[in-house]
Design a protein around this ligand. Structure first.
Ligand SMILES: Nc1ncnc2c1ncn2[C@@H]1O[C@H](COP(=O)(O)OP(=O)(O)O)[C@@H](O)[C@H]1O
Ligand SMILES: [Mg+2]
Length: 310
């Protein structure tokens, strides 16, 4: 395991008692200090994966090392390095914010450290609510209390399982800002989401999971470049049998349909392309499109394609 590695997951499988295969051999390395988004549809195995890493679900086979410690044979060491905000929030407590967060720390056998609890509450904009009962807080504050609890024992790695599921847009954005500010403290963050925008917004790297398999792990920037394909579509009046060879220098493809068909120019979002140049060339070959429109593939389309192929 390398120094820059926070978590190393190898050949992880989980078959539930009823025989359901929720994880089918996942290999994944999480780097120190990164925000990693595990993106996948409902039922893909995100929660199972996180729970298996955090020791809540026992893997059927495979290994997980957290900061170099095996999460089964060296459970306490491994577990002390991670904080988990579970998908299901339990937040109708009569306890105060301060007591709940302090109690969470105690569960890890750590000595009291009011300074740390204060830091965490301030960072999450909960300081002025420290004496409030949790049940009296707004939904967004309750979520932040869950994050504060997960940070109470000073973990190096924070798991957020669907941090903004069912939350309105405004709250989602403020949660994103909070997570970004946490990352500045050097903590490694792994979040699961089925919101593509969330992965796009937050992550340094994205892993796409479907049916218990990690089908892609990629730097977000690379993924964005891959998805940054643009198309200019020329709707034709008359059928073309082939693309004139003089137009061969353009990345054109011909798509036939019941009408005149379409000529499709595909290019990277980043490269400049002179559409009028292409148009002139088409014209000089007697090709006059009756309509022109552009199309940009989104992460959503890529995601759907990936997830449907499998
Ligand atoms: N305790 C369990 N017993 C049997 N099947 C389960 C259990 N927990 C989850 N599953 C199934 O495993 C699959 C993955 O679930 P989960 O990890 O919660 O997915 P996600 O978090 O990506 O929505 C789902 O099909 C779910 O129904
Ligand atoms: Mg889940």
């Amino acid at each position: 395991m390398q120094n820059g590695t926070a978590i190393e997951i190898k050949a992880l499988k989980k078959i539930y008692e009823n025989g359901f295969k929720a994880l089918n051999g996942v290999n994944l390395e999480i780097r120190r200090g990164e925000i990693f988004a595990l993106l996948g549809p409902n039922g893909a195995g995100k929660t199972t994966l996180i729970n298996a890493v955090c020791g809540i679900v026992r893997p059927s086979s495979g290994t997980v090392a957290i900061g170099g410690y095996d999460n089964i044979s060296q459970y306490r060491k491994a577990r002390s390095l991670v904080g988990l905000v579970p998908q299901e929030l339990s937040t109708d407590s009569f306890e105060t914010v301060w007591n709940t967060v302090t109690f969470s720390r105690g569960l890890f056998g750590k000595a009291n450290n009011p300074r740390h609890i204060e830091d965490v509450l301030k960072r999450l904009s909960l300081w002025d609510k420290k004496d409030e009962q949790i049940r009296h807080l707004s939904g967004g504050m309750k979520r932040r209390v869950m994050v504060a609890k997960a940070l109470s024992h000073e973990p190096e790695i924070l798991f957020l399982d669907e941090p903004t599921a069912g939350v309105d847009v405004e709250l989602r954005k403020s949660m994103w800002a909070q997570v970004r500010s946490l990352r500045e403290t050097g903590i490694t963050i792994i979040l699961t989401t089925h919101y593509i925008e969330e992965a796009q917004e937050m992550a340094d790297r994205v892993g796409i999971i479907n049916k218990g398999e990690l089908i892609l792990t990629e730097d977000k920037k690379t993924l964005m470049q891959k998805m940054g394909k643009r198309q200019m579509i020329f709707v034709l009046r008359e059928q073309l049998t082939t693309i004139p060879s003089e137009l061969g220098s353009y990345p054109l493809t011909l798509e036939k349909d019941d009408n005149g068909g379409k000529l499709i120019l595909t290019y990277d979002a980043e490269t400049e392309n002179d559409i009028s140049d292409v148009l002139d060339n088409l014209k000089s070959h007697g090709i006059r499109p009756k309509d022109i429109y552009s199309h940009q593939s989104s992460l959503e389309e890529i995601f759907i394609e990936l997830v449907e192929v499998k």
